[in-house]
Design a protein around this ligand. Structure first.
Ligand SMILES: Cc1ncc(COP(=O)(O)O)c(C=O)c1O
Ligand SMILES: N[C@@H](CCCC[NH3+])C(=O)O
Length: 416
C-alpha cells in the first residue's frame, strides 16, 4: 500500500487528508468519500439503464443529510422505515414522491405523515396494517398506494440476525397468504395496488438467493395478473453484500443482470432498495490510539472509538479491516483493538498485527453502512463527527455532538 494513500475497494482517501481531518475535527470521526458514494450509486443506475427503474436508497444504512442530498441529486428515491427517516428525506430536499415505506410496525401517525407528503408506496407487511392504512387514508380523504412485502421463504445464507426472508421471520406476509391479501387490498376503498415487494436479508454474497426470490415473486405476479390485479412496479429490495474481509459478493452489474434476465418481456418499473452496497465501503471510522496496554496474555490497543460508535463487531462479531493511517515499517505485534466502554464486548477488532504507538491514527474500514446510524450515547459518549472528502477538500457534514445535548432534555423538566 502506498503509505500516503488509503485504498479499499472504491474508497481512496489520502493519509495526509486523514491526518488533517483528525487534527481539525478530532477523533473518533466518520469520514466518507464523495467519489466512492457517487460511483457506488452510478454502478446501480448504469446497470439498470434502459429499464424504467428507481433506486430507493435504504437510508437506515446511513442517514446523514449530506449523503441523502448527494443520492437525491443523482436521482435516488429512498426506502424509509420510520416517520423520522421521512423527515430526514424532507430536510435533505429529497422527493417524497420517490419514497417507499417499509417496516412491520408503522404507526397511524407515521402513515398520516407519509400520506400527507404523498409518498410513492407503502410496503405493507401484514393484514392488520392493510386495514389500518385503509382506515387512515379514508379519514384523510386519500388513497394510499400499496405493495405487499412478500416473504418468499428463501434462505439468504447470511448472518441469522440479518436474514429476513425465511418463513419464521417477522417480516412480510407469507407467500401462500399473498393472493388472499392482494384480493383484500383490491377490495378496500382507500387503497390502490401499485406493486409487489420482497427483501430477503442483508450482506448477501451470492446471486442465487436473489434470483430464487424473484422466481417466487414472479409466480405471484402472474397469478395476480390472471385475476386482473395488474402491478405497476416490482420492488426487489436491497441486501447486496460488500467485501469487509475476504467476501466475494457479485459485482453490482452481475447481480442486476441476473435479475434482468428473469424480467425480460415484463414492462414493470423495477425498484431496488440497496443500503450497504451504496455506502458501506464509502466510509471509514477514524480513531486514535489512546493507550497501549500489555497484558499477561494479550496486548491491547485502546482507541478512542468504541462499540457505541460502531456496534457491528460487538453485535454480529463482524470483521472490519483496521489499518494504520501512517504505516510503520516494523512487523508489529498482535493486538486486541478495543474501546473505552465498560463492556468486555467492546472491541473493534481481534488479533490484529500492527506496529503501533500511543497517539497513532487508525482507520476502521467499511464503516459507511450501519456505523453512524447504529451509534448510541452509551457510557454518555457523544456521537462522533462526520466529514465528507470531496476532491481535495474535506467538509464537516455533522458536528460532534456537544456533551450538553446528552442531558439537555432532562434539564427542561421539573426537579424532583
Ligand atoms: C426492507 C429493507 N430494504 C432494504 C434494506 C437494505 O439492506 P442492505 O443494506 O443490506 O442493502 C433492508 C435492510 O436489510 C430492509 O430491511
Ligand atoms: N445492521 C445490520 C444490517 C441490518 C439490515 C437492516 N435491514 C448490519 O450492520 O449489518
Amino acid at each position: 500500500m502506498n503509505p500516503l494513500s488509503l485504498q479499499h475497494n472504491h474508497l481512496h482517501i489520502e493519509s495526509a487528508d486523514l491526518v488533517a481531518i483528525a487534527d481539525t475535527y478530532a477523533t473518533p470521526c466518520y469520514v466518507y468519500s464523495h467519489t466512492a458514494l457517487t460511483q457506488a450509486f452510478q454502478a446501480f443506475d448504469q446497470a439498470l439503464h434502459g429499464r424504467n427503474h428507481l433506486i430507493c436508497y435504504a437510508m437506515k444504512a446511513n442517514s446523514n443529510l449530506a449523503i441523502l442530498r448527494l443520492f437525491a441529486s443523482l436521482g435516488a428515491g429512498f426506502d424509509i422505515v420510520s416517520g423520522g427517516e421521512l423527515q430526514r428525506v424532507l430536510a435533505a430536499g429529497g422527493d417524497p414522491g420517490k419514497v417507499v415505506f417499509s417496516g412491520v410496525g408503522k404507526t397511524t401517525a407515521e402513515m398520516r405523515l407519509a400520506l400527507d407528503c404523498g409518498i410513492l408506496c407503502f410496503n405493507v407487511e401484514s393484514e392488520a396494517e392493510l386495514h389500518r392504512l385503509n382506515e387512515t387514508a379514508g379519514q384523510m380523504g386519500k388513497i394510499a398506494p400499496v405493495s405487499l412485502r412478500v416473504n418468499p421463504d428463501v434462505d439468504a445464507n447470511t448472518h441469522p440476525y440479518i436474514s429476513t426472508g425465511l418463513k419464521g421471520s417477522k417480516f412480510g406476509v407469507a407467500h401462500e397468504d399473498a393472493l388472499r391479501l392482494y384480493r383484500l387490498a383490491a377490495s378496500l376503498p382507500h387503497l390502490k395496488i401499485e406493486g409487489i415487494d420482497c427483501h430477503i436479508g442483508s450482506q448477501l454474497t451470492e446471486t442465487r438467493p436473489f434470483a430464487d426470490a424473484l422466481d417466487r415473486v414472479l409466480t405471484l405476479v402472474d397469478a395476480l395478473e390472471a385475476e386482473g390485479i395488474v402491478l405497476h412496479h416490482l420492488d426487489l429490495g436491497g441486501g447486496l453484500g460488500i467485501r469487509y474481509q475476504d467476501e466475494t459478493p457479485p459485482p453490482v452489474a452481475e447481480y442486476i443482470s441476473a435479475l434482468l434476465v428473469k424480467l425480460q418481456g415484463r414492462a414493470h418499473t423495477i425498484l431496488l432498495e440497496p443500503g450497504r452496497a451504496l455506502v458501506g465501503n464509502g466510509g471509514l471510522l477514524l480513531t486514535r490510539v489512546e493507550y497501549i496496554k500489555r497484558g499477561t496474555e494479550k496486548n491491547f490497543a485502546i482507541v478512542d472509538a468504541a462499540m457505541n460508535d460502531l456496534m457491528r463487531p460487538a453485535l454480529y462479531d463482524a470483521h472490519h479491516d483496521i489499518v494504520p493511517v501512517v504505516p510503520r515499517a516494523g512487523n508489529g505485534e498482535v493486538y486486541e483493538i478495543v474501546g473505552p466502554v465498560c463492556e468486555s464486548g467492546d472491541f473493534l477488532g481481534h488479533e490484529r498485527r500492527l506496529d503501533l504507538r500511543q497517539g497513532d491514527l487508525l482507520a476502521i474500514l467499511s464503516a459507511g453502512a450501519y456505523g453512524m446510524s447504529m451509534s448510541s450515547n452509551y457510557n454518555t459518549r457523544a456521537r462522533a463527527a462526520e466529514v465528507m472528502v470531496r476532491g481535495q477538500d474535506s467538509f464537516l457534514i455533522r458536528e460532534r455532538e456537544p456533551i450538553e445535548h446528552l442531558f439537555a432534555l432532562e434539564h427542561t423538566l421539573p426537579r424532583l
